[in-house]
Design a protein around this ligand. Structure first.
Ligand code: SAH
Length: 342
């Protein structure tokens, strides 16, 4: 029989599935999610006999840190994990002044194959389960001293969160759980390349978790070339889903727009982006493309970035130009790859 994977479960489910009294489920949940302790033998408020019994029935840890690389420039840390089937994923810790952001992966690789992104290039293997997603955050918390601060969490690592919808939602609820990491919904952001079904479902979740859309072009021809998912869900269909989202939630959305030199960084394209974005209560986050080996795009010039930004802000759009961190260690947006272990 397969072992029960404990890090996917809420306290009540732990008790139920392991046949324990309800306070035991809470104890075990706290060891994992509050104290970041994955070794059942070190859960000292359980008797030795119980620990041994549980060890035969359940799996307490699915992820192991293989490598941590720190950028001397920005302090960004890229963390490589090995999963139980020997697949690997990466997460990133991004410090900025007093805040810290954790960037989590939701899949091994990515099936979307956006033209400019390294993650899709390396292929897609499988979805992560909720425990594998939360364990990334738990390990990252052990790697740094945050004092009494809580990190921001962004689902912007490897994978398309809405193609792994149920496990992603479960992982968010685990991360928000008061006996666990206990992070507020507004400190969590999910980013999608525009999966309309996922956006509709997300709109119906009764919470304040933020939504970010990877847009990258304001016309369908170019967007379909850059983000193949656009061939299934055109800009109009995406707009409909986003209108539904805003009607339901009245929440601000963020559009991510990767600036690709000579491809989508002209003022005409800024106008197209503006025309699209102005339908929504939103901010636009411009990200100068981070170079990826073997991908034939160019980073935009600093002048093009400035002009693009100016155009949007002068027309009254809320827009920022992101200063990338972690490029020097290939930990910036779109630079995470699935590494094969030998
Ligand atoms: N699949 C989801 C989650 C990934 S988020 C989504 O697309 O939103 C990763 C973000 O980094 C996306 O906005 C993606 O478009 C962007 N990105 C990918 N490759 C990049 C690169 N080389 N330089 C800068 N940003 C990149």
């Amino acid at each position: 029989m397969d072992k029960i994977i404990v890090s996917c479960l809420f306290p009540e489910e732990i008790s139920e599935q392991l046949g324990l009294e309800s306070y035991r489920g809470r104890q075990i949940f706290r060891w994992i999610h509050e104290k970041h302790m994955f070794d059942i033998q070190k859960m000292t408020d359980l008797s030795k006999d119980l620990r041994n019994e549980l060890e035969t029935k359940a799996e307490f840890c699915q992820t192991e840190i293989l490598h941590v690389e720190e950028s001397p420039v920005s302090g960004t840390k890229k963390v490589l994990f090995r999963l139980r089937d020997n697949q690997t994923i990466e997460s990133v810790i991004i410090p900025h002044r007093r805040r810290v952001t954790f960037c989590l992966s939701t899949q091994v690789g990515c099936p979307l194959k956006c033209a400019f992104c390294a993650t899709g290039k390396a292929g897609y293997k499988r979805n992560l389960n909720a425990g594998e997603i939360v364990e990334q955050a738990l390990h990252l918390l052990s790697l740094i001293d945050l004092g009494n601060r809580t990190p921001n969490i962004v689902y912007m690592g490897m994978g398309e969160p809405f193609w792994n919808y149920d496990e992603v939602i479960r992982s968010i609820k685990l991360i928000m759980h008061p006996l666990g990491i206990n992070i507020g919904a507004r400190k969590i952001t999910v980013s999608t390349a525009g999966d309309v079904k996922g956006i509709q479902k997300f709109a119906d979740e009764n919470w304040q978790v933020r939504l970010s859309i990877s847009l990258h072009a304001g016309n369908d021809t170019l967007r379909s070339r850059l983000v193949p998912l656009n061939r299934k869900y055109s800009l109009d269909k995406l707009a409909e889903a986003l209108q539904y989202y805003q009607q339901k939630t009245d929440r601000m959305i963020t559009f991510e727009y990767v600036l690709l030199g000579g491809t989508n960084d002209s003022l005409k394209q800024a106008q197209e982006l503006f025309d699209y974005a102005k339908q929504f209560k939103c901010t636009v986050n411009l990200i100068p493309w981070n170079p990826v080996a073997d991908i034939p795009f160019k980073s935009p010039t600093p002048e093009a970035c400035e002009a693009f930004l100016q155009f949007l802000t002068q027309n009254g759009l809320n827009a920022t130009l992101r200063k990338e961190r972690g490029q020097d260690i290939n930990a910036a947006c779109g630079q995470l790859r699935r590494i094969m272990l030998t």
